[in-house]
Design a protein around this ligand. Sequence first.
Ligand SMILES: [Zn+2]
Length: 74
Amino acid sequence: MTLVSVKENRATQLKEPVSTAESTEMMAYCPGCKAFQTVWLNGDRLMNTRKFTQVGDSIYHNCGSAQPCRLYAL
Ligand SMILES: [Zn+2]
């Protein structure tokens, strides 16, 4: 009995990680000044966005509104 072993060299093709992290574009609506603006979230973290500050899970506009912005998916 002869066993023939065939070795397959399979190149594992892994996708290289994209340099830009997974980010989501959302519309932020400020109930204080009624402004709409696009913001970018990385997971649930606000990415560096001027005019907006993240406090816990809420995002506040820097117009001084005491109410957090509402986020809408695009
Ligand atoms: Zn505002």
